[in-house]
Design a protein around this ligand. Structure first.
Ligand SMILES: Cc1cc2nc3c(=O)[nH]c(=O)nc-3n(C[C@H](O)[C@H](O)[C@H](O)COP(=O)(O)O)c2cc1C
Length: 174
């Protein structure tokens, strides 16, 4: 099967998730495309298309949102699956709905949170470093809270979510 994995990333988490997904699909012909860097070919060249990227300040990466808007007609006829990378797993469902919308999600073979990372060392500017530091502090301070949304744990990439997506890609065809 020819599979395109199209992602937007700022600090590499979404790229790593795309690569891990590719590794789970080694028996297939997988091509990775980075939005803002690579030209994205016609989606009809592929049997399955995967698109995703990270959430920052409650919104998916601008390049991903633009891609979804510009290539909506193609995505609407493609066999497609979607992912987000985010730090707050409790908000992932909301981010997924907001990013991809009911129409694309209604036809999707999967829509998943592949997880996120909070690493100050990976941030490219002081503003992002401070934001990440604040999020880490918040998690550390509220980790033992009774309030579910506040009882957050330090995020990371979720290999099971990536493996689950790979399984849906390979098993639901036909
Ligand atoms: C400035 C900034 C804002 C962020 N805002 C959110 C957010 O609103 N919600 C969330 O769940 N994660 C948030 N994150 C976490 C990112 O989704 C996470 O760092 C992700 O791994 C980044 O992926 P990328 O390297 O592919 O860009 C934020 C991260 C940064 C640096």
């Amino acid at each position: 099967m020819k599979i395109a994995v199209i992602y937007a990333t700022k600090t590499g988490t979404s790229r790593e998730c795309a690569e891990r997904l590719g590794n789970c699909l080694q028996r297939h012909e997988v091509s990775l495309f980075e939005l803002g860097k690579d030209n994205i070919p016609s989606l009809s060249d592929f049997d399955t298309v995967v698109a995703g990227g990270a959430v920052r300040f409650g919104k998916a990466d601008k390049r991903l949102r633009r891609f979804l808007k510009e290539r909506k007609d193609e995505l609407n006829t493609a066999r497609a699956g979607y992912f987000v990378c985010c730090a707050f797993a409790d908000l992932a469902e909301e981010y997924i709905k907001d990013t991809f919308g009911a129409e694309l999600l209604g036809r999707a073979i999967f829509a998943a949170n592949f997880g996120g990372e909070l690493k100050t060392s990976k941030q490219k500017n002081i503003f992002a470093k401070l934001a990440v530091r604040a999020m880490i502090n918040d998690i550390e301070e509220n980790g033992d809270s009774d309030d579910e949304s506040e009882a957050r744990v330090m995020p990371g990439i979720v290999p099971e979510a990536i493996a689950g997506a790979a399984e849906k890609i390979t098993k639901t065809k036909g």
